[in-house]
Ligand binder design. Structure first.
Ligand code: ZN
Length: 313
């Protein structure tokens, strides 16, 4: 160890180097792990951007995709990630903000237009059922035409929606057990975080939340915690000059978590790795990985990964 660098700084720098050196192939060296996490979109907020797609991630267990959130562009991001759209099987929506659900219907519809012929299950807060029904109604012309003209199977009967109003067990199949927890994202209620327990790994997705005790409980001992992250000085820049700056900042800070607090939560939950994502502000992040990692590591002793679109973990 070089003189002038204390042990903590050395460990921290090593984590930065390790994370950087391994991306994008993998961030964890788990090439042989059956369960993979791919970040599809890592920028928070609904505005389309050049630099990052909107929130979504996919967990692949034995090649079955479990999609969590459907920000704008999720279908294309899955294609870029090499996940065949006709294999779409499970969708989980954390909450109904447009950066998390704008392409919920589009994902199912475009997967079907890409050859999907099998069942899709979707879970999320109310009114997911009504949104699904209205989406198919809105696009009935195309759906009907493609069934008649291209010989596709009827789409509507393939999709099964279950609305969630409280935390607890969501589903279990041969690959994974999924559990939800209510998180704090006022005024959007309910809003959920999800935990996926596969045989080889456990992965938790925070959704949007202020620091949440329920999330700490949900994430106990998990291998990976993907947590949303806010950078306060960046928020000041984000709201500067807008007429509603005070209320906008108040809104952003009241239902999100700083990267430093995300580290505190990761430490309290005893997770093995913290992945920061859903960055606010989403823009102007180039070259700022170190700022986010430093914030995440104030309280968390494990590795902190700065999420990037299409990063595999
Ligand atoms: Zn939100």
């Amino acid at each position: 160890m070089r003189a002038g660098i204390d042990r903590r700084e050395f460990v921290r720098q090593s984590a930065v180097v390790a994370a950087t050196a391994l991306w994008p192939r993998t961030t964890s060296g788990r090439q042989s792990a059956k369960t993979k996490l791919i970040l599809l979109g890592t920028g928070g907020g609904p505005r389309p951007r050049k630099t990052s797609s909107q929130p979504s991630q996919v967990i692949l267990v034995n090649d079955t995709p479990y999609v969590v959130d459907c920000g704008n562009g999720v279908a294309r991001q899955l294609v870029l990630a090499g996940v065949p759209l006709p294999k779409l099987r499970h969708i989980f929506i954390t909450h109904h903000h447009s950066d998390h659900n704008a392409d919920y219907g589009n994902l199912i519809w475009l997967a079907w237009a890409s050859g999907l012929r099998t069942r899709v299950d979707a879970w999320g807060p109310p009114p997911l059922e009504k949104m699904t029904t209205l989406f198919f109604e809105m696009n009935a012309y195309d759906i009907k035409t493609r069934i008649a003209d291209e010989g596709r199977v009827p789409l509507v009967p393939l999709v099964h929606v279950r609305e969630l109003s409280q935390g607890g067990s969501v589903m279990q199949d041969e690959n994974v057990k999924v559990t939800a927890a209510l998180v704090r994202h006022p005024p959007v209620v309910p809003a959920f975080g999800y935990r996926f327990d596969a045989r080889d790994r456990s992965i938790v997705i925070s959704g949007d939340t202020a620091p949440s005790d329920n999330l700490i409980k949900l994430a106990q001992g998990a291998d990976v915690l993907v947590h949303e992250a806010l950078y306060l000085p960046g928020v000041d820049r984000l709201v500067a000059g807008v007429p509603n700056a005070t209320s906008l900042k108040q809104s952003i800070t009241s239902h999100h978590t700083t990267a430093e607090d995300a580290g505190r939560i990761a430490q309290a939950a005893g997770v093995k790795m913290l992945v920061l994502s859903h960055f606010v502000p989403a823009e102007g992040r180039a070259g700022t990985d170190r700022i986010w990692i430093d914030a995440g590591r104030v309280h968390f002793r494990g590795p902190v990964i700065v999420g990037k679109d299409l990063m595999e973990i």
